[in-house]
Design a protein around this ligand. Structure first.
Ligand SMILES: [Fe+2]
Length: 136
C-alpha cells in the first residue's frame, strides 16, 4: 500500500497544479517503496534526487503562477516552500553522510508536510483564484 494515497480531497481544481501534486505524491511513494524494499544506497539516492528536483520544479511553477496572478500572501507561501526544501536537503545530506537512515519518521514527515500544505496553504490560493475567476 502506498504511503500517500491520493484522493479527490487533495484536488484544488487548478489542473496544472493538481497534476504536479500527483507527480510529487508518486515521487514520495517511490522513495518510500525504495526504502521498504531495501534497495541499495545508490537506488535510494536516485529516488531522493528525483524527489528533490521535482519538488523544486513544482514549487517554481506554483510560485510563478501565484506571482503572475498577484496572490497577496505570495511571500509567506514561498517561505513555506523554502523551509520544506531546506529540510529535505538536510535529510538528503545526512543520508549521504551515512548519519541517518531513511526512517519511517522521515517518510511520514514528507507525507504529512505535503498533505498539510496542499490542504491548507495551496487550498487558500486555489480559493482566492477561483473567487476572482482566475482559474482556467
Ligand atoms: Fe504550495
Amino acid at each position: 500500500m502506498p504511503l500517500f494515497s491520493w484522493s479527490p480531497t487533495y484536488e484544488l481544481g487548478v489542473p496544472a497544479m493538481d497534476r504536479q501534486h500527483l507527480t510529487l505524491v508518486e515521487a514520495i511513494n517511490n522513495l518510500h517503496e525504495a526504502m521498504l524494499s531495501g534497495q541499495d544506497r545508490e537506488a535510494v539516492q536516485r529516488t531522493i534526487h528525483t524527489l528533490i528536483s521535482y519538488t523544486k520544479v513544482h514549487f517554481e511553477s506554483e510560485e510563478q503562477l501565484l506571482s503572475a496572478k498577484g496572490y497577496p500572501v505570495f511571500d509567506e507561501h514561498r517561505m513555506e516552500h523554502h523551509a520544506f526544501v531546506r529540510r529535505v536537503l538536510e535529510f538528503h545530506n545526512q543520508y549521504m553522510d551515512g548519519r541517518v537512515v531513511l526512517s519511517a519518521e522521515v517518510m511520514q514527515f514528507l507525507k504529512d508536510w505535503l498533505a498539510g500544505h496542499i490542504l491548507v496553504e495551496d487550498r487558500k490560493y486555489a480559493n482566492w483564484m477561483k473567487e476572482r475567476g482566475l482559474v482556467r
